[in-house]
Design a protein around this ligand. Structure first.
Ligand SMILES: [Zn+2]
Length: 458
């Protein structure tokens, strides 16, 4: 049984190598890997295979219909749990380039932050995991638990192949838990563990009446207006009290547990600051439902865009012939994207059969792991050991991540342990990671392996 000294020695190694580790991160960040434009993906995939093999993992580049997966493993700790560490080596396109203070692929340190495309999302975070693994090897010649590292090359284009890949490779990915270091810490700056994420579906409503625009005087009153048709339809989908009124939409929602409600009760919240930062006079309805309850446990129906008719200068007395609405619905456990899309389609067919319902993709399933999981305690201990504070427990991340491939396809608990600062500016110019976040992430990754090594495999 490993003693706590073993972790202290790893922390000392990290401390002694701060400069060298930072130099290596910077070298890694110099390689663009933009999945949307297929720039540098093959090079960075190959670079990772070389790097991970070098530190002692059995590594392969596994092809998919899109960009390949990097899979690296070490499973020589019999009787110990196997952790699947997920990350992604692709980055967002860096545009608009003129908004960057220093070029996106020339990493620069200013005011205690590393500025580079992908440093927060997600290279700095999975590189910290990799260095944590390396540090255990360097200090002890072994790892405290079994590790499978899965690095995807298509996260930034919506992970189109990960579900198929995981489904086809269940045996290769057999693990006791999955941990993803991605995203920012809580907006308050506090460390957090997320136990899932909301899913999402998107769809369009298209309406066309006449074959062309017509004069609003010559035809107004007899020719139907597609914008009004969509306005009335949307009015049947969500009411002014903030309730979604699509039949059956709420059927499969799992009510939050007492533990989950207690966890959101402890999350820092300053509603006035939120309103102030966004220039809001009020929050959206329903006013009575608590802030985090809405973000963790309730679906949404968002109108992303509404297009049709004339919006130019002055007036134009036109009666347009077509209109388009784009919407998304954030889903919560245990809603199913296909089922929800069917219900929306049925609603549209019932209330406005002349409106065309169009959906382009399959959407993303929500995911959730119970806070009562046996792995919650060791994860919390890892945060305390590495960062000196108890992490917040967030029952479900508000955005959408493909955690369902672990919870639903592999059937294992999945956790998100974000290492980045809340103002990492991911997907935006001047993306950055504070040096503190990089090093505390590295320590947390090391502590995580250590704490899991204290357990027996389930
Ligand atoms: Zn991203």
């Amino acid at each position: 049984m490993a003693s706590p000294d073993t972790l202290a020695a790893v922390f000392e190694h990290i401390e002694a190598n701060r400069g060298a580790f930072l130099d290596r991160l910077i070298a890694y960040l110099r390689h663009p890997s933009i999945s949307a434009e297929n720039i540098g993906i093959a090079e960075v995939g190959a670079l990772l295979v070389e790097m991970l093999t070098e530190i002692g993992l059995e590594t392969s580049l596994v092809p998919t219909e899109g960009h390949p997966m990097v899979v690296a493993r070490w499973e020589k700790a019999p009787g110990k749990p196997t952790v699947l560490l997920y990350g992604h080596y692709d980055v967002q396109p860096p545009d608009p380039l003129d908004k960057w203070v220093s070029p996106p692929f020339e990493p620069t340190i200013r005011d205690g932050r590393i500025y580079a495309r992908g440093v927060g999302d997600n290279k700095g975070q999975h590189f910290a995991q990799i260095l944590a693994i390396e540090s255990h090897f360097k200090v002890h010649g072994t790892l405290p638990c079994n590790v499978i590292l899965l690095l995807e090359g298509e996260e930034e284009i919506g992970s189109p192949n990960i579900a198929g890949f995981v489904r086809a490779n269940k045996a290769m990915l057999k693990a006791d838990l999955a941990v993803t270091a991605d995203g920012p810490r809580h907006v308050s700056g506090a460390a957090a563990i997320k136990f899932g994420s909301r899913g999402v579906v998107s769809f369009e409503l298209r309406c066309r009446h006449a074959v062309r625009d017509v004069h609003s005087g010559n035809f107004g009153g007899v020719v139907p207006n597609p914008i009004w048709t969509l306005v009335h339809l949307l009015g049947t989908m969500k009411n002014a009290a903030g309730e979604i009124t699509i039949a059956g939409l709420h059927d499969d929602i799992e009510a939050p547990t007492q533990e989950e409600l207690a966890a959101i009760e402890r999350l820092p919240l300053d509603i006035e600051a939120v309103k102030h930062s966004l220039g809001l006079a009020r929050l959206d309805a329903p006013a009575a439902r608590p802030f985090y309850e809405r973000l963790c446990f309730r679906p949404t129906l968002t109108i992303n865009g509404f297009h049709g008719g004339y919006g130019g200068p002055g007036t134009k007395t036109v009666l347009p012939n077509e209109a388009l609405v784009k919407c998304d619905i954030r889903l919560v456990e245990a809603q199913d994207p296909q089922d929800i899309l069917r219900k929306v389609a049925a609603h549209v067919a019932l209330h406005a059969p002349e409106v065309e319902f169009v959906t382009a993709d399959m959407g993303m399933q929500p995911s959730k792991t119970p806070i009562a999981s046996p792995y919650t305690a060791p994860l919390r201990r890892a945060f305390v050991a590495a960062q000196g504070e108890e992490p917040l427990l967030i029952p479900a991340g508000f955005g959408s991540l493909p955690g369902y491939v672990f919870t639903r396809i592999l059937g294992i608990p999945a956790f998100v342990t974000p290492y980045a600062n809340p103002d990492e500016a991911n997907h935006a110019p001047n993306e950055n990671l504070t040096l503190d976040c990089f090093y505390s992430g590295l320590r947390t990754g090391a502590a995580l392996l250590h704490e899991l090594g204290q357990l027996e495999a389930s």
